[in-house]
Design a protein around this ligand. Structure first.
Ligand SMILES: C[S@@+](CC[C@H](N)C(=O)[O-])C[C@H]1O[C@@H](n2cnc3c(N)ncnc32)[C@H](O)[C@@H]1O
Length: 320
């Protein structure tokens, strides 16, 4: 395959225009250290570009698209690299966009819901109103394909859009999976530790008594108290979504890729987003002094990203 010239390149950023799978095929083995991405969700959104993913006829076809794509991404990832994939779920719903009838899918959470017909065509045999479980179906397929699944992170959105549903709970989270190519990989926990919560005096006293009991029970007698460098942030991340008026599609908040890159990309390494969109992952990589390779089908999105990089706008003003 002949490599077409990059859509944009400077010493830190490379933007490639075209289908993610085809563009990945042009990249050398092991040439990126970290992948942070949010693929088009299943049946949710029409990006208006021929060849876009997410509009497959069934969940199984979507999962196969993702498996093939990430198999190629695995070749491009360094052996000690990490791959962070953000995925949201969908319900089987009616052509009018309600969950209560038949045929078609509706997206949810902070995205616009998409009337069926512009999204996936069916739930692959699932009846209307079923939650499809796309994130886990995709995660299992990647696991079966050779990826090491290391974390299921729940991205909790405290400001998620309200939903007008009356017979189920509204959705306030998405998934972020951490995959690796090998059992041993670069992971800098210290870079993302959180401050310990300051205990109130009564709770502190209770914790001290519990700690004391534990101390008596341990075989070695050694007490492993809180780490002075801070605590592990855990697998539930509360991060508010931020509006980005310039993009009419789902943009994840920069705090998400910032945390993934701090932990999962070695200093000076290269971060890849095969679904770059407005370049949020690139902005985070740039802010953290990593290189960035972004792929997208749509030149207008690369232009948005270039604008962000050029202005040095590394984050959005949520109040704008
Ligand atoms: C959920 S958006 C990514 C948003 C991005 N995280 C951001 O913060 O702006 C998904 C992106 O995938 C792109 N896309 C869809 N199908 C694609 C394909 N086959 N190859 C490459 N990009 C594709 C869309 O153009 C869109 O920009």
């Amino acid at each position: 395959m002949t490599n077409s010239p990059p859509y944009y390149r400077d010493e830190q950023i490379t933007l490639l225009l075209g289908d993610a799978l085809q563009q990945l095929r042009t990249l050398p083995d092991g040439s990126v250290d970290c992948i942070v991405t949010s693929p088009p969700y299943y049946g949710l959104r029409d990006y208006g570009t021929e060849g876009q993913y997410g509009l497959e006829a069934s969940p199984a076809e979507y999962v196969e698209t993702m498996r093939r794509l990430f198999a190629e991404a695995r070749r491009v990832l360094a052996n000690d690299g990490t791959c962070w994939i953000n995925l949201g779920d969908s319900y089987v719903c009616s052509p009018k966009g309600s969950e209560s009838k038949t045929d078609g899918l509706v997206g949810r959470s902070n995205h616009l819901t998409t009337p069926a017909g512009s999204g996936g065509k069916n739930g692959g045999g699932l009846a209307a109103k079923q939650l499809i479980g796309i994130p886990w179906r995709t995660a299992f397929a990647l696991q079966d394909d050779g990826w090491f699944l290391r974390n299921e992170i729940v991205w909790h959105k405290p400001n998620a859009m309200p939903e007008s549903v009356r017979d189920r709970l509204s959705n306030r989270h998405e998934h972020l999976f951490l995959f690796t190519k090998s059992p041993r990989y670069h992971f800098d926990l210290d870079a993302i530790r959180e401050a310990h919560a300051a205990p109130d005096r009564k709770a502190g006293a209770r914790a001290f008594r519990a700690r004391d009991l534990n101390h008596q029970r341990t075989a070695t007698g050694a007490y492993t108290g809180p780490d002075a460098r801070g605590r592990n942030p855990g697998d539930i991340w509360e991060i508010a979504t931020r509006p980005y008026p310039a993009a009419h599609f789902a943009v994840f908040p920069i705090d998400l890729p910032l945390r993934c890159i701090k932990a999962g990309c070695k200093p000076g390494g290269t971060v890849l987003d095969p679904f770059s969109g407005s370049g949020t992952t690139g902005a985070a990589a740039r802010q953290l002094g990593r290189k960035y390779v972004g792929i997208d089908l749509n030149p207008a999105y690369h232009d948005l990203a270039k604008g962000r990089f050029a202005q040095g706008v590394l984050d959005f003003d949520a109040t704008a």
